[in-house]
Design a protein around this ligand. Structure first.
Ligand SMILES: *Cc1c(COP(=O)(O)O)cnc(C)c1O
Length: 462
């Protein structure tokens, strides 16, 4: 399998090239040259596999440059640390099927992808005798999942900037209690935007970037999408067996469009998803886009589901590439246009296609809290606010008898404040998190100053 950029200047990459490149060098996103389709018989053969073996079968269709035994081993190690034997179990609550994606080390679905990506990086680096220094800014979930993805790995150091005192207490503890010698937490005296702006500048200094072999872990890496395709298959097999249904609807709490794009790929590969529901919070650019063709950016609104407080969804360009008939020139001009006007325009035929591929609704903070509350009253099951957005949107859109699968993207304990507001009590922390606050910490506090941060990275890089 070869990879090409949505902007057409990069072609013919191997999987390992694509993973190590991350963002394509022409500014686009990398995609496989084709999406393998599985016949119903081929699908059926996969339907009883344990999660890691299913992951191997799906992922190996896209990876032709890692020996099978090595790939299997990488995948098995990626999911060995999950605290549930089914890795991503499906539980039925009320009339919904909840796909619990939060059984990894940081209790959010990002672990599914970042545990795999960390192992891939280490594998490719060791093989080529290279090093990498990962630098990133986080407002919470991505930073901790990335740290847990590469902690203790050879040939990789990781530097994660977070705004001091401005991430949730549990997220801060998750990051700062990792004391491995390759992990560097920088508590920046500033906002998330300050931290992110500094990271952008660091990557913009190409000499510094190459000198220190800087790498990124954001959701534009194809390997992250690929790892997420797997659980759509897993959930479908489970629900098919339980209900005998021929099709399902799946609702996905969406921020950067990574997770739902993985669902789109799963559907193209043959998973019989009827409605793929794009759920957003009040940052509803994608939802406006699907419902009325209005793709125009607005100001970021801070919500109870902070990991979805995003206006420019970086992975949308991958879908745009397919919507524009795989024509990279059209993608380039659409993205140029978007840069100057803050809008994307769609023809009537493209709108038909968009509505065929996705259904969508957005859910505000009050509805999010009300959903957590009513679901808890009815079932005793506690939803995290992101999952609640997905469920509320799913219910708004659903108008058929297909079973509804809801992606549960975080454990409720990660967002205790919203949960407490909705249910009146703090969610219970999983056992692995007890005593977190008394563990040893590793962090430095640092000014929001580009030169100081660069010099810290230069001194501690591998
Ligand atoms: C990152 C995240 C999302 C959004 O996922 P995207 O792939 O960015 O669309 C949703 N919920 C939680 C809890 C997250 O951490």
């Amino acid at each position: 399998m070869r990879y090409c950029s949505t902007r057409g200047k990069i072609k013919g990459l191997s999987f390992s090239d694509a993973v190590m490149m991350g963002l394509a060098d022409d500014g686009g996103l990398l995609l496989p040259e084709e999406i393998p389709k599985l016949s119903p018989t081929e699908l059926q053969k996969l339907s009883n596999l344990p999660y890691p073996e299913l992951a191997f079968q799906i992922i190996s269709k896209y990876v032709t440059d890692i020996p099978a035994a090595d790939l299997r081993n990488l995948i098995e190690r990626s999911y060995a640390g999950f605290d549930h034997p089914q890795t991503t179990p499906v539980v039925k609550q009320d009339d919904l099927y909840i796909l619990e994606l939060f059984h990894g080390p940081t209790l959010a679905f990002k672990d599914v992808a970042l545990q795999f990506l960390g192992n891939l990086f280490e594998y490719f680096l060791l093989k080529n005798d290279k090093h990498m220094n990962i630098v990133g800014a986080t407002s919470g979930d991505t930073g901790s999942a990335a740290i847990y993805g590469v902690r203790g790995k050879k040939n990789i150091n990781i530097f994660i900037l977070h705004p001091q005192g401005k991430v949730s207490p549990i997220q801060e503890l998750q990051m700062t209690t990792v004391t491995d010698k390759n992990v560097f937490n920088l508590a920046v005296d500033g906002t998330f935007d300050d931290a992110q702006a500094i990271v952008k500048e660091i990557f913009g200094d190409l000499e510094f970037k190459h000198q220190h072999a800087l790498g990124a872990v954001n959701s534009i890496n194809w390997a992250r999408i690929l790892a997420q395709v797997v659980y759509y298959f897993y959930a479908w097999f489970h629900v098919q067996k339980e209900t005998g249904a021929t099709h399902v609807n799946i609702t996905v709490p969406t921020g950067n469009f990574g997770d739902i794009f993985a669902g789109y790929i799963a559907k193209q590969m043959g998973v019989p998803i009827d409605r793929l529901i794009l759920a957003t919070n009040a940052n509803n650019i994608l939802s406006r886009c699907v419902n009325s063709g209005d793709y125009s950016i607005a100001d970021v609104h801070h919500s109870h589901s902070p990991s979805m407080d995003i206006q420019i969804a970086s992975n949308f360009e991958r879908y745009l590439y397919y919507l524009l008939d795989g024509d990279a020139d059209k993608v380039v001009s659409a993205m140029d246009n978007f840069k100057t006007t803050g809008r994307l325009e769609f023809t009537a035929a493209q709108m038909d296609q968009l509505k065929h591929d996705f259904s969508s609704a957005f859910v505000d903070d009050d509805e999010t809290i009300a959903t957590i509350n009513s679901f808890y009253q009815k079932t005793g099951y506690v939803l995290d606010p992101h999952t609640a957005v997905g469920i509320a949107a799913g219910k708004k859109v659903k108008n058929d008898d297909n079973p509804l699968i809801c992606l549960a993207t975080a454990h409720p304990a990660k967002f205790g404040d919203a949960v407490k507001k909705a249910t009146g009590s703090e969610p219970v922390l999983p056992a692995a998190f007890e005593g977190l606050s008394s563990r040893k910490k590793k962090l430095v506090t640092i000014a929001a100053d580009l030169e100081q941060i660069k010099s810290y990275i230069a001194t501690n890089s591998i």
